[in-house]
Design a protein around this ligand. Structure first.
Ligand SMILES: Nc1nc2c(c(=O)[nH]1)N[C@H]1C(S)=C(S)[C@@H](COP(=O)(O)OP(=O)(O)OC[C@H]3O[C@@H](n4cnc5c(=O)[nH]c(N)nc54)[C@H](O)[C@@H]3O)O[C@H]1N2
Ligand SMILES: Nc1nc2c(c(=O)[nH]1)N[C@H]1C(S)=C(S)[C@@H](COP(=O)(O)OP(=O)(O)OC[C@H]3O[C@@H](n4cnc5c(=O)[nH]c(N)nc54)[C@H](O)[C@@H]3O)O[C@H]1N2
Ligand SMILES: [Mo]
Length: 773
């Protein structure tokens, strides 16, 4: 086993550490270094879209952009390892379930469709046709199509997503929970009523022109490494970069570009943030309101600060918002944000001093009870100086999965707009269901209540990514049938329904051969750029099908004569699917021609043209309300005698969501382990413990149910007092199903009220380990 250690990381993000880590990632997956050809094809015009993240590529047409975590994502798919039928012959499902998430994925790519055999508690190979008939039989036996649930993870291509929603709606339900429900849902829910679009308005062109970039609750050094390239350039030309984060994330501090020969040779690096505000977890609304208050006060004293023309022509609600800002006390803002009035005013001054401002945000904003309000406050802050719909300015929610934004565009949405359903009816001649379906948390409840019978997942790892882990497992186990279209073995396959299928599919990196030849698929990045992705590697196994082929064959098997759509014909040539997409979505006019251009094309974004598709026909200011009713506030009021912490759950540098690549978190100085909890040294002292002690974490919730995650090592860390940080998915058992963002339903994975207790059993273990070290 690799040595466990905690060692403060002094270097920049990127640099030689990143190159070294890439070499190790390739070795781990048994990819010969000549396999690096695969890596050089990521994000190239004739290559595949990197399955890493949704950050757009600079000039999709030219240079290769080095990205450590992109390499890890590609290597994990292009691995030489195989999880074939022998693996399932060797192990019962009960045995597989004993293994860690890391071990399961580490078995490699799945090679054959498999069906669960209860008698032997094993997965056995099954023919594709038999698998489709089995699913069709289940689906057609349900008295109500709303008893079936169709999950999507954000890697599915536009073509796969479009066919999927079409099939499922013709089958008869809008039950489309997706990973977005756990991710940027509040960004859409906040921005749609406010500015008329649920997506960011900026492009990379704007990043080149912004005078200030505000980054709230996002860790690009790990999760969007290519964004560091933009930030570095921005810093070099003198733009201000202002980070709000309870943790001092290395990638927000310094970066060495592995493609910069000088920087690499001299061990040099570029600073990233010019200002770093280490606010309290959940303190963003107070911080943003403080900046807004300062902006307004400056307008009152020196004048010329607000964009009066923009406010008058384009907005509503300014006066009500201004009143709320004037009435707010600095004491409350300081208390709730954890920042001083002077800091908030300084941040406000950076905002005022910049002609054009971009505001980015990630999971540190969306996974809170008041996420929607906070996002609206960030957008209101931008609107005060007209920082939207002009060059160098605008909101920029930074999406996660590489096509999560495209999947929503294609209609993977449990609350479809009537307009979409009308188009489906007109184009395909069937009446789609109108009732809203279930989101991710509602889907778990539906299964728990026995109302969800068939669970089908297009990618992802539902059993590990979702909150309240053991409740979710109970829910999945109550199903008659669970089906996973997937590339690798994961937790969701071993926590299964009475009957279960694993359907292995092609990954992005692989050649997708259909009747008309090799096919490309399309994806939409975080900045609404749509482009094509072509695999270049031979498939991991000859038995794999593409996602579109799986959906088409399932649709044909399930709907039979009921559907007039030529499902099998569509997947012979994916340009036929794109022709249908164009018929349903006017923004995709001439889809096939436009996407054939190198770099693809940008979808229309009305807010970026200052056209407001809102109920008022304007962009709306809302009065920001600093939340005092979060579960942490309530828990602290209730448990006066214990120390209640607010726990945030986050990603390490060596993971992709539930896929664990390795046990290190280099930039946070953690090696060889994941069960750690970051805590302020004073808080450790107050608990009467010491750095390195083992603790159990327990959620403070009012439903009487015990939620705990045991045996985590305390790591003294630069984090505000009263806050804790630990990795997901290990901490998901702590997130109650009922802890969701208002008006978005997103699990509040960044703010869970918890208490810590010494882990009694582990004391002995810790001492033994200590003695050994
Ligand atoms: N390598 C890699 N890349 C990825 C992923 C991955 O797992 N690995 N996941 C992909 C996906 S699906 C997504 S959604 C994105 C996620 O990318 P991010 O949005 O960066 O997600 P996290 O790492 O969960 O947390 C983000 C940051 O929020 C901070 N934070 C926590 N609570 C608060 C708060 O209350 N306020 C503020 N201001 N900050 C807070 C944390 O300290 C952390 O730095 O990345 C995508 N890219
Ligand atoms: N506590 C806590 N919970 C969280 C979060 C958090 O920050 N904290 N973050 C949330 C967020 S932002 C998200 S997006 C979700 C992620 O939730 P999901 O999207 O469901 O999870 P992933 O871990 O990304 O899914 C990984 C699996 O996808 C499969 N896969 C990989 N590539 C492909 C492919 O090309 N096709 C198919 N069909 N399958 C493929 C592999 O089998 C792999 O095991 O988790 C959420 N859960
Ligand atoms: Mo995400």
């Amino acid at each position: 086993m690799k040595q466990q250690k905690i060692e403060f990381y002094k270097g920049p993000a990127g640099g030689w550490g990143a190159l070294n880590s890439v070499k190790n990632a390739l070795l781990r997956q048994d990819i010969p270094l000549k396999g690096a050809k695969t890596l050089l094809s990521a994000n190239q015009p004739d290559g595949f879209d990197c399955p890493g993240c949704a950050w757009p590529d600079r000039d999709h047409a030219s240079t290769f952009e080095f990205c450590e975590n992109g390499v890890k994502a590609v290597a994990s798919e292009a691995t030489a390892r195989r999880a074939g039928p022998e693996l399932f012959e060797r192990h019962t499902v009960a045995e597989l379930a004993e293994q860690s998430d890391f071990w399961l994925e580490d078995q490699g790519r799945l090679t054959h469709p498999m069906v669960y055999d209860a008698a032997s508690d094993r997965y056995r190979p099954i023919a594709w046709d038999d698998a489709f008939s089995l699913i069709a039989r289940h689906l057609n036996a349900l008295p109500d199509p709303n008893q079936a649930i169709f999950y999507t993870s954000g890697r599915a291509s536009n073509e796969a997503a479009f066919l999927y929603q079409l099939f499922v709606r013709q089958y008869g339900t809008n039950n489309f929970p997706d990973c977005s429900n756990m991710c940027h849902e509040p960004s859409g829910s906040g921005m749609r009523p406010q500015i008329g679009v649920g997506k960011g308005t900026v492009t990379l062109h704007d990043f080149e022109r912004a005078d200030a970039i505000f980054i709230f609750g996002q860790n690009p050094g790990t999760n969007h490494p290519r964004m560091l390239g933009e930030l570095r350039e921005a810093h070099k030309r003198g733009a201000r970069i202002v980070s709000f984060n309870p943790l001092r994330e290395r990638g927000l501090e310094r970066f060495a570009d592995p493609q910069d020969k000088l920087e690499m040779a001299t061990m040099g690096s570029t600073p990233i943030s010019t200002h770093y505000f280490q606010l309290r977890v959940g303190g963003d609304m107070a911080a943003v309101k403080g900046m807004m208050k300062h902006v307004l006060e400056r307008e009152d004293t020196i004048g010329g600060v607000l964009d009066h023309v923009f406010i008058a022509q384009h907005t509503t609600g300014f006066e009500a918002m201004a009143q709320s800002l004037r009435a707010e006390s600095w004491t409350l803002l300081e208390e709730e944000s954890g920042l001083t009035e002077a800091q908030l005013r300084a941040a406000g001054d950076v905002y005022i001093g910049a002609r054009s401002v971009i505001a980015c945000w990630g999971m540190g904003i969306t996974q809170h009870k008041h996420a929607v309000d906070t996002i609206q406050a960030i957008v209101s802050l931008l609107m005060m100086r007209g920082n939207i719909g002009r060059e160098g300015a605008g909101p920029c929610p930074v999406r996660g999965h590489s096509n999560v934004q495209g999947d929503r565009t294609m209609g993977i949405w449990e609350k479809p707009p009537a307009e979409l359903l009308n188009r489906l009816r007109d184009v395909f001649g069937f009446e789609p269901p109108r009732a809203h379906g279930v989101d991710t948390v509602e889907a778990i409840r539906l299964m728990l209540d026995g109302g969800g019978k068939v669970f089908f997942a297009l990618g992802g790892n539902f059993a590990a990514a979702t909150p309240d882990t053991y409740e979710t497992w109970k829910a999945l186990r109550r199903c008659d049938l669970t089906v996973h279209v997937t590339t690798k073995l994961n937790r969701s396959h071993v926590v299964h329904g009475r009957e279960a299928l694993i359907l292995p599919c092609l990954g992005r990196t692989e050649i997708d051969m259909q009747a008309a030849g090799p096919q490309g698929v399309t994806v939409e990045d975080s900045m609404s750029m749509v482009h094509i992705s072509m695999g270049i590697n031979p498939p991991a196994s000859e038995h794999l099908l593409s996602e579109p082929a799986i959906i088409a064959r399932l649709a044909a098997a399930t709907l039979g004569e009921r559907s007039r759509i030529d499902w099998l014909g569509l997947v012979e040539d994916y340009s036929r699917i794109r022709d249908l997409i164009e018929q349903v979505f006017p923004d995709f006019k001439n889809f096939n021609q436009r996407v054939a251009q190198p770099g693809g094309f940008r979808l229309r974004n009305t807010a970026s043209e200052r056209v407001w598709a809102t109920a008022t026909g304007k962009a709306n200011f809302y009065p920001p309300v600093v939340p005092l009713d979060t579960p942490s506030h309530e828990a602290r009021a209730r448990l006066k005698d214990s120390v209640v912490f607010t726990l945030l759950t986050t990603r390490s540098h060596d993971q992709y969501n539930t896929t664990i690549y390795g046990m290190d978190d280099r930039y946070r100085g953690v090696y060889g382990q994941r069960r750690v909890v970051f805590i302020h040294p004073e808080d450790i002292r107050q608990l009467g413990m010491k750095d390195g002690d083992w603790v159990d974490i327990q959620t403070v919730w009012s439903d009487g149910q015990e939620r705990r995650a045991d045996r985590f090592k305390l790591v003294a860390y630069d984090i505000p007092r009263g806050n804790l940080a630990a990795y997901y998915p290990e901490t998901n058992p702590l997130v109650p199903l009922s802890a969701v963002a208002e008006a978005a339903g997103t699990p509040t994975s960044k703010s869970i009220p918890v208490i810590l207790e010494p882990h009694v059993q582990a004391v002995a273990v810790a001492e033994a380990l200590g003695a050994a070290a």
